[in-house]
Design a protein. Sequence first.
Length: 405
Amino acid sequence: MERVDVLVIGAGPVGALTAALMAQAGVRVMVIEAGEPQILSAPASDGRAIALALSAKRSLDVGGFWTHLSPFAEAILDIQVTDGNAPVLLHYDHRHVGDNPFGWIVENEEIKSAALKRLKELGIAVKSSTIVESWEFTASAAKATLSNGERIEAGLVVAADGRPSPTRQAAGIKIKGWDYGQSAIVCAIGHEKPHNNVAYEHFLPSGPFAILPMTATQTGYRSGIVWTEKRHLGTAIMAQEDAYFLGELSEKVGDFLGQITLAGPRFAYPLTFQMAERTIDSRLALVGDAAHGMHPIAGQGLNLGIRDAAALAQVVVEGARLGQDVGGTAVLERYQRWRRFDTGMMMGVTDGLNHLFSNRNPLLTAARDIGLLAVAHCPPAKRLFSRHAMGVVGDLPRPLQGLPL
Ligand SMILES: Cc1cc2nc3c(=O)[nH]c(=O)nc-3n(C[C@H](O)[C@H](O)[C@H](O)COP(=O)(O)OP(=O)(O)OC[C@H]3O[C@@H](n4cnc5c(N)ncnc54)[C@H](O)[C@@H]3O)c2cc1C
């Protein structure tokens, strides 16, 4: 039976970052991934243009991912928020909070690809096309029997296996959640005029509509679209031919980018909320979507997962340096305590934002417009919101500050 310190289940962005941060600090790590090697080495587009906050970028830099990602990352320098057709405009300029961009937009497949490149560079074993068939937890170790027949013994198991998380289910950890009855239609568009690094978020009654600045390619300027609609409308829109879809999309985007074209396939994601009742169990820690899945209204799902990865890696590395058991109660409880407030607050805020903005109630419309106007005219409040969006508020693990473990 092979013995490692930490067994990570899932080589998605969060699992891979957790593994890289730990391995760089001398922890012996192995990664198990259900996906096939060909798909992992050349991930296909899933239409998601991911907004990475400044602190997430710093962690990816510390984890060695950013060198692979930077050619595909477009900076967000300005953010414009509008509420439906009301004449309210909230404008965030990155210069109001310093020299750094608010964040970067990167396609999800580039993040996955960078993750795998980094694990390879670090010589971390990734067992692809493999799942855990059975678990045995003893006082001193977690023992996994893999689908390829191998047996692995680890001090700690990290569940980074996404929303369905078979590992979380096997541990009997329940989730709380609900369905928003909305879908997010996502795709990349090409356009004639530059986006000038501005991200647009329009709050419409059916849900938020975002236009996100992406890197240009040889064929021209590009932006990412996140178009939220009621589920049945989303299904109907997705069933339309490209020409009709583009017509509808052009109306929503407006003409400020010139003529638009489709620059990739389109996808629709049903939007749900889910949160694990706890993020630790005997020799087990949940990270990323395995622990929490949220509405993409604020583009925070992966950012939160990156914060999990950074916090867990820090408590494990510090615990190991003190001679503690890396899967023991002291280390795991420190992780859960550290992440509880940030996760709960972010999940609450994104859920609240969607309820507040995705409706036509005249009282709520008036209240939120007054709120937006108040923020627009209060520079300290704007700076505080900006710093939250950049993920630089609170008791941050070292990688989120750009510091090694
Ligand atoms: C439309 C949309 C837009 C979004 N936009 C943003 C954004 O702008 N900013 C942001 O921060 N977030 C955004 N998100 C959220 C973000 O995409 C997710 O939070 C993030 O991808 C989760 O990463 P993860 O590594 O936790 O999980 P995943 O990416 O789901 O990775 C899980 C991995 O585990 C593997 N796996 C599954 N089961 C097993 C098993 N049994 N054994 C081994 N391996 C297994 C899978 O193959 C996969 O590789 C968006 C989401 C959506 C739907």
